[in-house]
Structures are given as C-alpha cells and as structure tokens.
Design a protein around this ligand. Sequence first.
Ligand SMILES: [Zn+2]
Length: 476
Amino acid sequence: MTAQRPPFVAVRCHGQRSAAKSAVPTCNRTPSRPTRSDRWPWHPLTKSVIQNRKSNFSFLLCVVCASAVNCFAQERQAQLSWWDRSPEQKIGQYWIKTDLPADEANSLARHLNVMYSEFSRRLADMPERAEEKLNVLIFKHRQDYILTLRARFGVNASASGGMFFVTSAAPAGALAVWTDDLPRRRIEHVIQHEGFHQFAYSRFGNDLPPWLNEGLAEFFGEAVVVGQQVLVGQSNARVVNQIKDAIELKRYVPFAQMLSITSKQWGDATLDESAALRYHQAWSMVQFLIYGEQGRHVAAFETFLKHLNTGLVADEAFKRAFGEDIADFEARWKRFASTAKPSAFATALERIEFLAQGALELNRRGTSYPPTLKGLREALEQIEFKQTIETHGLKVELGADDDTLFTIPIDDLSDTDDPPLFTVTKTRLVGLTHRERQLEDSQPTPPTIATEHLRPGNLSIKWVRGDGFRFQIVVE
Ligand SMILES: [Zn+2]
C-alpha cells in the first residue's frame, strides 16, 4: 500500500492494550561491538558431567543408570531458572531468547522482523546514534517474565504485558514480553509497540519526548501485518470515540502540558483512566501529524524527527518544525480528531475477539443457539456477556448490550456496495475419528465466526480443542 519510501507519506489506510509501561531507559551510549558472551550478563550452566566409567556392572544395571540419569536431567531441567533453560538464537535482526516451542518462537520472530523493516523504512533518514542491539526475551509464562525481570534486571514488570527496558544489567536494552494463552493479536500489539521503543532507542536515545515516543509506539502498535505487508494508520473505533468524548467534555490533556511531560512524569503516573487517555491522545496527535489536513504536516513532522535525531532539545525542535503557536496546533488537532473515522480492519479485529470470547462462554455453559450472528447476539444478551480488556492499565468492559460490537465500520478501503460484516455459521468438521466424534457429540465445537468483504483481508476464528476450547484469529 505504500508504494515508495517517503517515510511518513500520508497513506490513508485507516487503525491494546495490554499495558506496556516502559521502564525509564537509563542512558547508555558506549557501544562496543558485542561478542556472543557479553551480549547478556551470562551465568553459564554448570554442566553435569557424566563420567563414562569402565565398570563391571551388568547391562541391566547400565539401563537402570541411564534411566536414572535421564530422570535426573529432566528434573534438573525443570528446576533450572527460566534464564538457564531458555536458548538464545539470532533470527533476522533480533537476538531472541525464549522458552517457547520453536514454531511459535519463529512465528513471532518473523513478525518482529517484518516490523523492523517497517521501522527502518519509515525512519530511514534517521541515522543510528547508538549501535542497534536488538535483544528480545519472550516468556511462555507471565510468572517467569515477572520473576526473571525482577531477579536479573531489577525491573518491576508486574503490571505490564511487555516492555522495552535499559538497565545496568542490560545496558543495550531488551524487549521483553510474555504470551501465556493471550490471543495472538494482543501479543503482536505489545511487540509492535515495544519493538518501536527498542528501534527508536538506537536512533534517538532518550531524546524523544514521551508523547511522541508513546504516540509513535501506538501508531506502530495499531498497525496490522498481513503477510509481509504492514498496514499502518489503523484506528480502533473505541479509541477514536474515547478521544472524541475527551475533546467534547474538555478532558483531554492541553497541548502545552502534553508537550512538556517528562519521561519520569509519564512513567510515574498512576495507571488510571487519564493514563490511558494520555496514550490514546499521543497516538491521535501522531495520526494528525501524518494524516491530518491532507498530509500538510508530514514534512514538518519529519523535520521535527530529524532535529530530535541530531539531539536538539524537544521544545526547540518543535518550535523550529511547527512554529510557536501551540494553541493553533491544538485547535487544528481537535478539529481532526473530532471528525476522525475508525478503521474497519482494526475495529473488526477487536470485535471478532469479543464475539469469540462470547461464543466460548456460551460453550462453557452448554448453551445452544441458532448458528447465526443474530442467534449469537441474542444468546450473549441473554447471559449479559461482558469482556474485560486492559488498555494501558485501564480495564475496559465490552458488553453484549452494545449493538456496535456486532458490526464493522466502513473505511476508505471498504466497498460501500459490499460493506464488511460478521458472519456466524455452524462449524463443519470432516474426517473425525471415532473418539473425536464422541467428543464433538458431548461438547460441540463453537460456531465459525468470520468476516466478509473486509479489506485488506478477512478474519476468521480457528477453534482448537484441548481442555475446553481455545481460539486463534486467522487473517486470510
Ligand atoms: Zn510505550
């Protein structure tokens, strides 16, 4: 969709959550080419040495010994810390250390590398100020994430879904994220958001003002990757509406205040409604600078970034790029944000997850209903279904009584003759074994939930039977 390289060319295709509160980076600009061993504070395993002793033991006893060694090895593996049992490998631009199975690790690594291409393409004119050292820690379990970050790096990560941090124990910085059973899209948002912070650190150090750092991180966090294509500029209807409400009720952060918030103030703020609004307003300000008023601010925005890249202080960089009339800047943003339209794709992504969570809840309760969108909706209304999502520390409730959650807005990519919509149909399973048929009879797979006419691609829910059901959102 973006044909040529101009970094922030005003491509008009329209666009968390999981709280991602970055640790305030400590400045480190002493890059020396890392060797394999000094990339991380490394505590090597004490290798178990099993002597190959000659003995007169019988063959049977050798077998017993082998089993015992095997059991010992397994037990030892289970007792090892996350750090010691998680291998690290270079995949594309990133050093990735993870305890995820190889296929899941490779899939997230691919995603990171697609985003890296997007970051570097859009910020191509910003030379590196510090050497890139793209360390990534991906934890299968949240508990290991919290314990490892605390024990190894002294970072309190308990309220976050992921973070980019720089500490004395990780002077080059690291992106850390946990997965558990979170929907894939949730994880992608976090690594896109934090991945930008990581990339930006090598170009801007600590010189991006927080509103811009967070606004750009959200801009990339909201992007959608379809194959090798990154669809930027996406805006979620819920966020668009929150900004409109804030402007109408005069609850938004005045620009003079927003532009002067320090990293410490941003990081120290309580995670409440105003914190979530600050993130969303920062995102909206970046959207305005890239897409507002037919893209007339793009050139100034790039000048602003270049000044920051060269180390000019943010106030001065802002004045040189946009002038001194902050009130006018604010008024223009308000006009843009008050009439902004949400994107179909990003909104459908959030809503299809809501529908799938609802279908899962009905499945748990053994509730039957006609396999249609209307049937699903009535059944969810009946049980007063609600889904709670977290957005920058703020819990937001989506409820079945909200009609819009069953619809998809039209955007610039949509065909108005064939607008995007959700469909619910009975799931058809073929080639089941006798055992699978029995399981299906006792607990049927939830209906297939999908979209039609959604661009750039349709979405569908893929159900996976295990202890109950899990689902993944598939982009077609
Ligand atoms: Zn952030």
